[in-house]
Design a binder for this molecule. Structure first.
Ligand code: PDD
Length: 285
């Protein structure tokens, strides 16, 4: 069935939504995005995504073409018209089109706002049960990974490199330490039960799911250490997992061909996934 999507003030069929060839999102990757999960037709943790959207735009001097309240109303309308029960909403703001190609930011252009829904199985995903296999690969991305831009070729290359090796995803390494997954934050649990994840900086995306999980971990009296970790440390860990809006928590059971822990999803990952989903379902709007 054709989806109804949103483009610059209009709710239209996906085949009818057209963006200029001069749009700077298309020419320069001059655009930012967000993905919000949807459970039971409701938005999960959307406020956090809206705040990060605002920050990404402000770092790049892109003026949001609608208020956050208006954007949320668009998200809700799309859920309704597409009868989306479970999945996500993709949202992209590009700087817009100046009718030609020039590097400097053009003046007086209206940003392009696009949103569309994606139906997905979030709660009963097979990866949550079986866990994923990852490889490590060099992090060749730019140095402002805190800005959620659509310039995602390096993560696409990393992900495809993983798929070519018949595994599920790649963990990225910089200066000997894991930064994050190709499109998720990365964690390990040490043999004495300490949850380790890289601290926030420009090296990683400040995950909205990460923020919620770290709060939940503290409440569940899981000791958390925000510090970089190496692949070697990860091989020896009891557990590993990733988080994002599209996975919530997915256990990682193999890294670079080495089995992690028992080779089955670990208890910390499973517990955090369960309590995150419970809370997210309760608080979804
Ligand atoms: N990716 N790190 C990277 C590089 C990401 O691309 C993402 C999200 C995350 C997790 O962030 P959050 O918990 O706010 O979703 C971390 C989205 C889902 C995507 O690109 O589709």
């Amino acid at each position: 069935m054709e989806r109804i999507v949103y483009l610059d003030g209009e709710f239209i069929k996906e085949t009818e939504a057209k963006v200029s060839i001069f749009d700077r999102g298309f020419l320069f990757g001059d655009a930012v995005y967000e993905v919000t999960a949807v459970i039971n037709g409701k938005l999960v943790d959307n406020e956090g995504h809206m705040i990060r959207l605002q920050r990404s735009c402000s770092e790049l001097q892109i003026a949001l073409p609608a208020t956050l309240e208006q954007i949320t109303a668009i998200q809700k309308k799309l859920i309704e018209v597409n009868q989306l029960n479970e999945g996500g909403i993709y949202l992209q703001v590009s700087r817009g089109s100046a009718g030609d190609r020039d590097f400097g930011y053009p003046e007086n252009v209206t940003p392009t706002l696009v949103l569309f829904t994606q139906a997905r199985n979030l709660l009963n995903s097979p990866k949550a049960v079986k866990g994923m296999k990852v490889i490590t690969t060099e992090d060749i991305r730019w140095k402002r990974r805190d800005i959620k831009t659509v310039g995602l070729l390096a993560p696409c290359m990393a992900k495809q490199g993983a798929l070519d090796k018949q595994v599920d995803d790649a963990w990225l390494i910089e200066d000997g330490y894991i930064t994050e997954g190709s499109s998720n934050n990365a964690y390990i649990v040490t043999n004495d039960g300490v949850l380790i994840t890289r601290p926030l900086s420009n090296d990683i995306l400040h995950g909205i799911t990460r923020k919620a999980l770290l709060e939940l971990a503290e409440q569940a009296q899981i000791q958390v250490e925000e510090r970089p970790f190496t692949a070697e440390e990860a091989y020896q860990a009891d557990e590993a997992f990733v988080s994002s809006a599209t996975t919530f928590v997915w256990p990682v059971v193999e890294i670079d061909g080495k089995t992690i822990g028992t080779g089955k999803p670990g208890s910390v990952a499973t517990k955090l996934r369960d309590i995150y989903i419970e809370l997210a379902t309760q608080n979804a709007e």
